[in-house]
Design a protein around this ligand. Structure first.
Ligand code: AMP
Ligand code: MG
Length: 418
């Protein structure tokens, strides 16, 4: 398990910027050290433990990029067409029996190894066959044309899969292209997830008139799984300090991270702070972010705890900025900074300087074909519909005080966040 010191989340300032939060997490959270061997078919989304050097060049041998006719560079027609007799036929998976004879051409197919001596390939569409069966080649083809030299993609020994890489399907393809069947990975991190609140009922259980169904826990578990975590669903803890404390204490030490939602404001019925303090240590991060509220950061028996706010949108946004970098750091993954893409605003918005705001927006193609975003019409941090009916978040930096239609703004699609 990750062992962190009690004061690792302490922060001096009254308000923390998003960048300070991410910086603090990435410098103070250590990656877990347990490794495991994972079959290639299960490698997608996992974090690579070590660099992988190419055990062979890619492509492994020089081959034709097209279906056509291979020749020596010396036989490329310069000014006028030239008819060459056919010498050999090499299909993908085959091998030329002999070097190509000077003044000859060989029939070749995409992916087939070049016959020794052949250096360029005419596309079959560019040649014709004369009455005597010779191949008539046009002038002007460049030496080496339509050939894929061995190692042109990746030279042998080159490191293209790096420790800390969270594998995407294309990384899995690369490992397969090297002939690897298994990879050394960092084990999945284990996250315990609790909701807190007397007003919550679990889907499938009876709901009292004063209760609502717990939605955050399912959102957070889904986001964690997308980040490659193993998740323990620990249900709902009641708004009562002792049972909260007991619930948290039980899972500490057996998980790499404890995640809670709700109960971290400073009202009398927000008991997470007191509960954590009774079994571990806790600081409240007041982040200069909207939507968002204080985020609780704590340590229980060396296990980090993050307490997110209860309002679903605040929970979502603080997950992205606090939980996501923490999970990546614990999982040994390289940082994956969020890079907003510039799009045109089609809305007006007023904002306070000094904090970062995330506006829920819908992405569409404008009349001139350019991408533009419209704002969800309402702002409440409790509106789940606002996350469902939009495509992502516009990030408005600390210095921005408003948005006018036509202005360029940075857009983060939901797909890019997890
Ligand atoms: P809290 O942060 O506990 O003060 O909760 C703020 C608001 O979020 C309240 O209206 C809660 O009912 C709501 N809320 C808290 N937890 C959840 C949850 N797990 N699912 C849905 N709504 C929640
Ligand atoms: Mg509550």
């Amino acid at each position: 398990m990750a062992q962190l010191s009690d004061d690792c989340f302490a922060f001096g300032g009254p308000m923390m910027s998003v960048d300070e939060a991410v910086g603090l997490i990435t410098t103070r959270v250590n990656a877990i050290a347990d490794l495991e061997t994972v079959a290639l078919v299960d490698a997608d989304g996992r974090v690579l433990a070590r660099n992988v050097a190419a055990p062979l060049p890619l492509p492994p041998f020089t081959n034709s990029a097209v279906d056509g006719y291979a020749v020596r560079n010396a036989d490329l027609p310069d000014r006028a067409e030239q008819a060459l007799p056919l010498d050999g036929r090499i299909q993908a998976g085959g091998l030329a029996q002999a070097p190509i004879k000077p003044g000859h051409t060989a029939r070749i197919f995409t992916g087939a190894p070049m016959p020794p001596g052949a250096e360029a390939v005419f596309m079959q569409e560019d040649v014709r066959i004369d009455v005597s069966g010779r191949i008539v080649l046009p002038p002007g083809l460049k030496p080496g044309a339509n050939v894929r030299p061995a190692g042109e993609d990746i030279p042998e020994g080159h490191i293209v899969l790096r420790a800390g890489q969270r594998l995407l399907p294309q990384h899995v393809a690369l490992a397969a292209a090297f002939g690897l069947t298994q990879l050394e990975m960092i084990r999945r991190i284990r996250v315990a997830v609790f909701s807190t609140g007397d007003e919550l009922a679990s889907p499938g259980e009876p709901r009292a008139a004063s209760q609502l169904f717990d939605s955050n826990r399912f959102m957070l578990m889904a986001m964690l799984r997308r980040l490659g975590c193993e998740v323990s669903d620990l249900g709902i803890l009641r708004d009562e300090r002792t049972s909260l404390a007991n619930g948290l204490k039980q899972v500490a030490g057996r998980h790499d991270l404890i995640l809670t939602t709700g109960g971290v404001s400073t009202g009398e019925e927000d008991h997470v702070k007191a509960a954590v303090e009774s079994v571990g240590s806790l600081v409240l991060w007041r982040m200069a972010i909207k939507p968002g509220r204080p985020v609780a950061m704590g340590i229980i028996d060396g296990t980090p705890l993050i307490g997110l706010p209860g309002n679903p949108v605040a929970s979502f946004v603080t997950f992205v900025h606090v939980v996501r970098p923490t999970v990546l750091a614990l999982a040994g993954a390289l940082p994956e900074p969020l890079l907003p893409i510039p799009v045109r605003a089609a809305f007006t918005y007023k904002k306070k300087a000094g904090r970062r705001e995330y506006v829920r927006v819908f992405l569409r193609k404008g009349q001139d074909g350019g991408l533009e975003v419209t704002k969800f019409p309402r702002e409440g941090a409790g509106l789940l519909s606002s996350l469902v009916e939009t495509s992502g978040l516009v990030e408005l930096g600390e210095s921005i005080t408003g948005v006018e239609p036509g202005q360029s703004v940075g857009f983060l699609s939901y797909a890019s966040l997890i």
